[in-house]
Design a protein around this ligand. Sequence first.
Ligand code: FES
Length: 332
Amino acid sequence: MGVGYKIIDWNSQKKKYDFVILIGIILYLIIFISLHFIFYQNITFETLLIRSTGSLALLMLHIILIIGPLSRFIPQAKILLYNRRHLGVSMFFISAIHGVFSIIQYHGGGNKNPFISLFTSNTDYFSFANFPFMVLGFISLIILFFMAVTSHDFWLNKLSPKVWKKLHQFVYIAYVLLIFHVLLGTLQNEKSILGFIILGIGAIIVCSFHIAAGLKNRKDEKLKFKRERNDQFVFVAKKNDIENNKAKLITFKGISVAVYKKDDNFYAVDNFCKHQGGPLSEGKIIDGCITCPWHGWQYQPEDGKSPPPFEEEVKTYEIKIEGEEVWAKIVK
Ligand code: FES
């Protein structure tokens, strides 16, 4: 195992997760194709493939976007969050099948290179009703491709968690492009209103989850303490209010700190994991180390250092015990 980054094992939990993804994909395709055969008997294989993979990719992207905010409210959803990258890569492959077959079907039969044709066969870029919607899908696919190839920890380590996270925020741009891709495509090719309704419901669900999670974060950030002393120590909790091997999150003047209890001793460390910024306050102490709930990186509570041979380190803060009260000195 290298020192630069820790390889996340393909453990049984991940295998189960991947198995569920595979079964979900197969089930969706079977149901979608069966329903289309019942309601649209003249549909061609190519159209069926394009529709089924396109709708599946969009559904998967909605799930991916909801998992993050959902885990802020339902701790059990964190298991989905830890393995979300697998779902992202699977979604990219489904999108790629959709994209490749669409380009072959709609731009592969002429004299022009299909990619040139994609951008030039319809140049009505200033028309809403006739906008070349496939271009939006193509740009979105390129974004998803870069996100899929950089999803591995190797890139996380190369780029640093901060840059990597920022880069992966591009998923929201891909999402907006896809929404317009489907919206305009449906507008131009479908008479039914059902597609718009489903699309609208999906967008409302994604937005609602993000707004709710944002409000919750703001509330957490605004947590003020009952007591702050001149010596910069702030009140954390009563000793018995923190479970053994667990932590309490303290946010003070914009600094988030996880205060852990281990065998009646207390330790304060920076709340954000060095891997992908996972919330250490939501982890627990395993084998004597604070263990991040997202992918299991570990830190010694005493000095914030990862156990050898790893070299990551989170900042620690001074703790003072006064009677039954735990206080932490939270300064930059
Ligand atoms: S964020 Fe991945 S282990 Fe902490």
